[in-house]
Ligand binder design. Structure first.
Ligand SMILES: [Zn+2]
Length: 68
C-alpha cells in the first residue's frame, strides 16, 4: 500500500497515512488536534523513498497509520 501525506486544515500538522489506492479522507483525523478530513498532499517524497530502497524504514516512521 502507498503512503500518503496529509495536512491538517486546522493546525496545519503534516502526517503520513498508509492507505489503499483510491481511499478517501473521510475516516482520517489529525493525530495532533483530532480535526477531521485532512487535505491530501501530493509531494515527491514517496517517489524518493522507493528509489532509496529499504521499505522497513518507511514503515517504522509512520505511527499515524495506526491511529484510527
Ligand atoms: Zn490538526
Amino acid at each position: 500500500m502507498p503512503i500518503y501525506e496529509y495536512k491538517c486544515t486546522s493546525c496545519e500538522e503534516r502526517f503520513e497515512v498508509l492507505q489503499r489506492v483510491g481511499a478517501g479522507n473521510e475516516n482520517l483525523v489529525c493525530p495532533s488536534c483530532g480535526a477531521p478530513k485532512p487535505v491530501k498532499q501530493f509531494s515527491a517524497f514517496a517517489m524518493s523513498h522507493s528509489t532509496t530502497g529499504s521499505s522497513s524504514t518507511a514503515n517504522s516512521c509512520s505511527p499515524a497509520s495506526r491511529f484510527r
